[in-house]
Design a protein around this ligand. Structure first.
Ligand code: GDP
Length: 363
């Protein structure tokens, strides 16, 4: 699927360039163009893509410091400048636009929904969001920002592919140490998905095309992407179990939003050398995906790629809120209630102070 990727904020910019380099390294050619937008000039430096600095008159190129309302406001204010830059990159060959952001910060968290809304108004192609949830050990502000951003994205993007920063974290690894590994995981999955319709080597028995990705995501809401790979025998007949167990692993252990396995639709792609892909294994795995996700709408196909391994890539569209997303929303609701209580108490305290005052009111 020929896509234009737009990264907003620090994580958004890093991920966008990571996905583009993976696509280039593999020779896929599915990424038509990329762009990174930020309020902090330091975070744009060193990114190998076109960049746009927004909100200069409000934050003087120093970032919004985790304030996602400010992030949304500056994106809104400078939206024309952003749209002008993007208009020279989005052309008639573009099949989808993907806005990429970390949802726990300020610029991406606030700016991505504003940008999705505007892109959706201007372009006919689907506008998807790729949103990264903060790790569960990040602070309350991050969790709150992510919940509000995700809620807003659900109304503005045609679908939101969610990646939980906890998803592939190795035990004992700090979040920042893990970023490089997480970004690689995301880049591999997203590049493969977008490239699935852009077959480069060999002839696929049943090629996936862009419309199948679009149809899988048509119901909107949350989406998740699972991936796993295993060494494969040369003969397809010997790989029945390889295909089935790799597919189970992709969904049960390799999903970008762990636990979100009930879906409205799924796309299931087996990547590997055509001669190694067991048709029987693919059929069995597809039936397993149907049962596991609770949908009969499972599209699928092969993605020929030169490798001695077989990989399964599973895109789930319209997934149920996972436990993690439920917790995220519950925490944010609780924080909002606490804020409201504090404000009510402050207001009543202020009123009391005036009641004690000897000054007469006007009426
Ligand atoms: P912004 O620049 O204000 O949009 O904020 P950041 O993008 O720096 O951070 C937002 C959130 O994104 C953080 O709370 C982290 O959860 C996450 N994050 C930051 N950098 C990375 C990264 O390189 N990879 C991943 N996967 N997540 C990141």
């Amino acid at each position: 699927m020929k896509s234009v990727l737009v990264g907003v904020g620090q994580a958004g910019g890093k991920l966008t360039t990571a996905i583009e380099s993976f696509d280039e390294q593999m020779g896929f050619g599915a990424i038509r163009a990329t762009c990174a937008i930020n309020t902090a000039s330091a975070d744009l430096r060193g990114l190998s893509t076109e960049t746009v600095l927004i909100g200069q008159n409000r934050v003087n190129a120093h970032g919004v410091g985790g304030d996602n309302e400010l992030g949304a406001a500056v994106m809104d204010q400078d939206i024309e400048q952003v749209m002008t830059t993007l208009s020279s990159r989005i052309d008639t060959g573009t099949e989808a636009i993907i806005v990429v952001a970390g949802l726990g910060g300020g610029t991406g968290s606030g700016g991505a929904p504003v940008l999705c809304r505007r892109l959706n108004r201007v372009y006919d192609v689907p506008v998807y969001a790729l949103g990264v949830l903060p790790g569960s050990n990040e602070g309350a502000l991050c969790q709150n920002n992510a919940a509000r951003s995700l809620k807003t994205l659900l109304g503005e993007a045609d679908a939101t592919l969610v990646v939980d920063n906890d998803a592939w974290k190795a035990a004992g690894e700090s979040l920042s140490d893990g970023y490089a590994a997480i970004n690689k995981n995301i880049a591999r999955r997203v590049s493969l998905l977008l490239a699935a319709g852009e077959s480069t080597q060999g002839v696929a028995e049943s090629v996936v095309d862009s419309s199948e990705i679009i149809n899988t995501l048509r119901g909107g809401g949350l989406a998740a992407l699972g991936y796993a790979s295993s060494p494969a025998a040369e003969a397809a007949d010997e790989n029945i179990n390889v295909v089935t167990s790799t597919t189970r692993n992709a969904v049960l252990a390799g999903l970008s939003l762990p636990g979100a396995t009930t879906a409205e639709a799924a796309l299931f792609v087996v990547a590997g050398e055509a001669g190694r892909i067991s048709r029987k294994g693919v059929e069995k795995a597809r039936r397993w995906v149907e049962t596991e996700t609770g949908t009969m709408q499972v599209r699928g196909g092969d993605f020929p790629i030169k490798s001695d391994r077989l990989a399964s890539l599973v895109l789930l569209g319209g997934v149920d809120r996972s436990e993690r997303v439920e917790r995220l929303f519950a925490r944010a609701e609780q924080a909002a209630e606490e804020r409201a209580t504090i404000e009510r108490e402050r207001a009543s305290e202020a009123k009391k102070n005036f009641e004690n005052d000897n000054l007469d009111g006007l009426f």
